[in-house]
Design a binder for this molecule. Sequence first.
Ligand SMILES: C[S@@+](CC[C@H](N)C(=O)[O-])C[C@H]1O[C@@H](n2cnc3c(N)ncnc32)[C@H](O)[C@@H]1O
Length: 242
Amino acid sequence: MSAERSRETQNPNPYPDPSRKDRCSCDSPEKHVKNLLSARFMEKLRNALRGAIQKYGPEFAKQRLWNREFSAGRWVCLETTGDHRVHVHIERYANNGAVLDLGCGPGTTGLELSPQAYSCYTGVDISDVAVEKAHSRAVEAGRAIQNQYFHSDILTFCPTQKYDVIFFGDSIYYIPPRSILPMLRRYSGYLTAKGVFIARMFDVTGRHRYIFDTIERDFDLIGEWRNADHACIFAFRPRGDE
Ligand SMILES: C[S@@+](CC[C@H](N)C(=O)[O-])C[C@H]1O[C@@H](n2cnc3c(N)ncnc32)[C@H](O)[C@@H]1O
């Protein structure tokens, strides 16, 4: 996430200058460099493991990981409005109807929408910590009836109604690549006749290009809005629909 990246740049350098003897108890520069390299390796390993659990882990492991991160404050950045103004696009296609937000986190998108622009909003997230937060924010904002939240994995959630917009806000990366198309085809059955999917992703020309390509192959792209940091919002619908 761009917000996450910017927070990481504020952290103190985890690899201090080897000449600063006061920061390290190693008795030789070689040993110091070796320790730094192994710390770096361990961090990479931890990140790889985290990514693998987020995408391929069993539901309980994904839930535990996201809960831990939300509880530790890692995702506080999601509680403020980003600069992508995704709600404008959702409002346009919502047509005063129903919005489903898959991977809603602390529910910021559901609160950014103008209350007059939709009839009901459903937020779904694998983290019950995030869902609780989203619910209490909706209560505070006087939207406890208009906005409903459910704790579930996107891959297994079964809607009980059709939606005018089904939205993935920086959440589609956490779906295993092979499951993206079957998942979208399943959710296509929960779109209204004029319903659309909207997704927001970053680095869409880089490591997430495959998601965009996968969608473009099977769906009709009906709108695309990119910004300078390669963040992209795009709207698409099942092929053949008007
Ligand atoms: C980067 S956050 C984005 C949150 C929110 N959409 C926003 O833009 O503020 C990704 C969210 O997806 C949720 N998530 C990840 N994998 C999920 C899954 N398989 N099912 C449901 N939610 C998932 C995480 O718990 C997290 O809240």
